[in-house]
Design a protein around this ligand. Structure first.
Ligand SMILES: *Cc1c(COP(=O)(O)O)cnc(C)c1O
Length: 411
């Protein structure tokens, strides 16, 4: 336990002292005694959210009742206001984003739309064999629904480029691998997919809010993402769908609903799509969840995403460097690429007792994730983590792995 009293090295202290994002930490209500390395799974509570939720419940709902759909609260356009805040973070135009539904449902909407505009006769959906399970399941389910005529070609994410052949209808990828933290080349792979006529879908679950994303600049066709990870929208926060403006009028809307109609209260028999991506929001907006997400997104209002990326890389490289000595004496294997361009905002290690190790760390207030079969995953969120946190986390990891806090140790 002597390690935990080792003073913070001066170079790390200096990095924190000149951190342009140091002020945003106070905007998050993190419990004392916790180093939170799991904001990539559930972002923490932003300071503005409790009051916003209370207002939405007591005033907008309690007092104003149904008048809030069109009155001051204007719930009808809440998805559009959230889309406008999100647009900046992912390099989109506000009218290209439909906010609502889970990420899984948005994968379904995106894949149905992408298959609908892919060149006729193509039958391959190219994806990552280790993609997040929901993306694979949705593709399997949609293929079954469409008669089973598509081939789901799932290959290692290091081999995507060589499998981009002219039979690929849609390339469905997650930019940052949820286990390893490997970041794919969104711009390069999009260009290669377009060169063979394929349509692209990017899952930005571990990208949006973690580093700058430029969907417009890269020419990506479709994207989806989560509201509750790096965007801190709260448990079950609505996800989103991005549809490049050039596809809005041709991409089929698999789930047509009255809320995606151009004139909702017209109650027309025929579906006439709303302008922009709002046509992809089929049902009643999830007002309480959207309210929390809307408030939480203000955390990004006056931060530069380049600063977020620079600090993220500094935190993750500091973490890897401090962890380095442990690799020599424990069965610990780094699975996250060390090249900055090739990683997102998480660092993962394999360890044969990963589940027990993470249990011990969580008991010490160092909260990361265990992912099957043997992955220790640590997420780094520049808005509320410092280099001092990284230092203290590694002291705790060292104590757990060296067995200082254990009966007999886990190694
Ligand atoms: C977290 C995550 C999801 C989550 O999907 P939900 O429908 O919101 O549960 C989807 N895709 C990826 C890549 C994820 O990491």
């Amino acid at each position: 336990m002597t390690l935990t009293t080792t003073p913070l090295p001066a170079d790390l202290l200096a990095l924190d002292t000149r951190d342009p994002l140091a002020h945003t930490r106070a905007d998050f209500l993190l419990p004392p005694g916790v180093i939170y390395l799991d904001g990539n799974s559930l972002g923490p509570l932003h300071r503005s959210v409790p009051a916003r939720l209370a207002h939405a419940a007591q005033h907008e709902w309690g007092d104003q009742l149904i008048r809030s759909w069109t009155g001051d609260a204007d719930w009808m356009h809440l998805p559009d206001r959230v889309a406008a805040k999100l647009a900046r973070l992912i390099g989109a135009q506000p009218h290209e984003i439909a906010v609502g539904d889970s990420t899984s449902v948005n994968v379904f909407k995106a894949l149905a739309a992408a298959l609908g505009i892919a060149p006729a006769g193509r039958r391959v959906i190219l994806t990552d064999a280790d993609n997040f399970p929901t993306d694979l399941y949705v593709a399997q389910g949609l293929n079954a629904l469409l008669g089973g005529g598509y081939e789901l070609r799932a290959v290692p994410n290091t081999e995507i480029a060589q499998h981009l052949t002219p039979d690929v209808a849609v390339m469905l990828l997650t930019e940052v691998d949820y286990r390893t933290g490997r970041r794919l080349d969104l711009g390069g792979l999009t260009a290669q997919a377009h060169a063979v006529g394929s349509v692209t879908i990017w899952d930005l679950a571990h990208s949006a809010g973690a580093f700058p994303v430029d969907l417009g600049g890269t020419g990506a066709d479709f994207a989806v993402g989560c509201g509750y990870k790096f965007l801190n929208g709260g448990p079950g926060a609505p996800g989103y769908l991005y549809v490049a403006g050039r596809h809005l009028d041709s991409a089929p809307i698999a789930i047509r609903g009255w809320m995606g109609h151009a004139d909702v209260f017209e109650m027309a028999r025929e579906f006439i799509p709303a302008p922009g991506a709002r046509r992809f929001v089929p049902g009643t907006p999830q007002v309480l969840g959207l309210s929390a997400l809307d408030a939480a997104l203000d955390a990004f209002a006056d931060v530069d995403m380049q600063d977020i990326r620079a600090k993220s890389l500094s935190l993750t490289s500091t973490f890897m460097a401090l962890m380095e000595p442990l690799l020599a004496r424990h069965p610990l294997e780094l699975v996250t690429p060390t090249a900055p361009d090739e990683r997102g905002s998480q660092v993962s290690y394999r360890h044969p007792h990963a589940r027990e190790v993470m249990g011990q760390l969580t008991a010490r207030g160092i909260i990361g994730d265990f992912r099957t079969p043997d992955i220790l995953r640590f997420g780094f969120t520049p808005l509320y983590l410092s280099h001092a946190d990284v230092w203290h986390a590694v002291q705790g990891i060292t104590a757990v792995l060296d067995g200082a806090a254990l009966d007999g140790g886990v190694a």
